[in-house]
Design a protein around this ligand. Sequence first.
Ligand code: 3PG
Length: 328
Amino acid sequence: DKSKPIEEKTPSEVSRRVKIGIYFATWWFLNVIFNIYNKKVLNAFPYPWLTSTLSLATGSLMMLISWITGVAETPKTDLQFWKTLFPVAVAHTIGHVAATVSMSKVAVSFTHIIKSGEPAFSVLVSRFLLGETFPPGVYMSLIPIIGGCALTALTELNFNMIGFMGAMISNLAFVFRNIFSKRGMKGKSVGGMNYYACLSMLSLLILTPFAIAMEGPQMWTAGWEKAISQIGTQFIWWMAAQSVFYHLYNQVSYMSLDQISPLTFSIGNTMKRISVIVSSIIIFRTPVQPINALGAAIAILGTFLYSQVLTWSLYELKKIVLTILMAI
Ligand code: 3PG
């Protein structure tokens, strides 16, 4: 509970925060690995619909095996659970494919800079579709987020409209996914890990026919043969790594979503992008102009301010009201 002053925090709250901290660090680390292998695969095999499907299929398989072998407890679900999960799965599928299509067209760092604008989408969706209002500081913090993303997009050396739109669509889809997920997980016996497992399975069912329609076995076979002839059997390991790490980082992120609000989740996700952006620029030797990097820094700073404004306003509001009451 961010609104409590430090001195009021109980040991259980401290250990909860430590636990969330460990989840966050693991989530970010796994995500960096996923992004590197995902881009290596896409560079050699530009079929994002298939790679997205394979990552969901691998996660689904891993969880099925965990349930069968008793490594993870099989969740008790009913028809209502799957019905509530459906809109989440649609949003997850769209967000996943859109981000992967984006990364197949532009640098990983560019996709993630645009994806750092997710809190702006979160505020706009909450404001205009859910009727939630925020303190003025929150709206002000959207200016650097949107401005920074716009500056990066305008100065990106290898700008590509599909790459840009994919990241934007992914932002919108994931805001809905997080809102619906949190609602779906509330008061349910299915915890974060199994919730994400069910989500992967349903998303896989939704995505498979679209992947076949968009790309299809003919393209995949030709692309696969070309990738193997250029890279060798190592390519299979890259594919396996991107799929396994995709599942692992999402699973850990859902285990943290179980403990935090969708808003804190969005902030953690944006902070995660700093490590992805920096590591991918180093590994893929992405050319970056100073003005382009400035845009990214402004956008990320905006997200940080946004999280501070939210925390600060709750603290300060309480303090101001108490001070006035005591003065009276
Ligand atoms: C995906 O493929 O789903 C995206 O790379 C994920 O984006 P995220 O960093 O928001 O999880």
